[in-house]
Design a protein around this ligand. Structure first.
Ligand code: NAP
Length: 235
């Protein structure tokens, strides 16, 4: 497939913030590869954006499957010869309000598998392609719950998985200094999605803007930072 501009990958793009990030990126003439662990849901999201004449395609990807991440990388190199933007958006929120010692160990492991190792394995697979092309923007969609000052009682599995994601952001940004690859984390705020629920204060459109901003920052922009609405926030 010949695309004239940049190519982005968005995980968990079939609904919520991921779908809206995909739409906003595609509106900026970026070809967006929507990834979804469920093919049917992914196809519905894809159709929604194709109806708006946007340049988008679909790849089935469960972020906990590192072989699938390798297959995605092969697909991107073969089809486009590049990947410019990676938005690690997919996540699960399994332990709302629970105490850490009361949850099954599996809940903690599953949270880390999706929210931390999923992002790590995509970085590990796709950043080498970015390095070859001398350009890359990685956005880890984090949460205020991943900040150090949120490390208080309850929802520990989710909080710790996002804390680790924040650490990954800083380590990779530091290891990639001197390249044109920028790695930042963004807290979207409390958003009306399946995860955030109907009482949340922000729309997916508002939340996606800050993520798209970080995904498209110019060469002189920041790396290794944590943002909400384009403003730096504390780790
Ligand atoms: P959402 O509506 O629950 O959507 C989550 C997405 O992640 C879905 O597409 C889901 O796919 C996908 N996903 C989950 N596990 C996956 C896996 N193993 N492989 C691939 N995809 C997977 O959540 P959202 O509110 O849009 O959240 C997006 C991001 O924002 C997350 O990183 C979340 O932690 C962060 N965030 C959200 C809020 C909020 O208030 N909503 C606040 C702070 C941070 P399925 O449809 O197949 O389940």
């Amino acid at each position: 497939m010949v695309v004239s501009g940049q190519v982005a990958v968005v995980t968990g793009a079939n609904r919520g913030i991921g779908l809206e990030v995909s739409r906003q990126l595609a509106e900026r003439n970026v070809h967006v590869v929507l990834t979804s662990r469920d093919k049917t849901k992914g196809q519905q999201a894809l159709n929604h954006l194709l109806d708006r004449s946007l340049s988008v395609s679909l790849f089935q990807l469960d972020v906990t499957n590192s072989d699938a991440a390798t297959r995605l990388c092969g697909h991107l190199v073969k089809t486009f010869g590049r990947v410019d933007i990676l938005v690690n958006n997919a996540a699960i929120y399994l332990d709302e309000g629970d105490k850490l010692l009361d949850i099954p160990l599996e809940t903690l492991r599953n949270s880390f598998d999706a929210n931390f190792f999923g992002a790590y394995s995509l970085c590990k697979t796709l950043i080498p392609v970015m390095k070859k092309n001398g350009y890359g923007r990685v956005v880890n969609v984090s949460s205020g719950y991943g900040a150090m000052d949120a490390m208080n009682a309850r929802t520990g599995a989710y909080k710790l998985s996002k804390l680790a994601l924040n650490g990954l952001t800083q380590i990779l940004a530091s290891e990639l200094k001197g390249t044109n690859i920028k790695v930042n984390a963004v807290d979207p705020g409390w958003v009306r999605t399946e995860m955030g629920g109907p009482s949340a204060t922000r729309s997916p459109q508002e939340a996606a803007r800050g993520i798209v901003w970080a995904a498209t920052i110019d060469d002189s922009g920041p790396t290794g930072k944590f943002f909400r609405d384009t403003k730096i926030i504390s780790w």
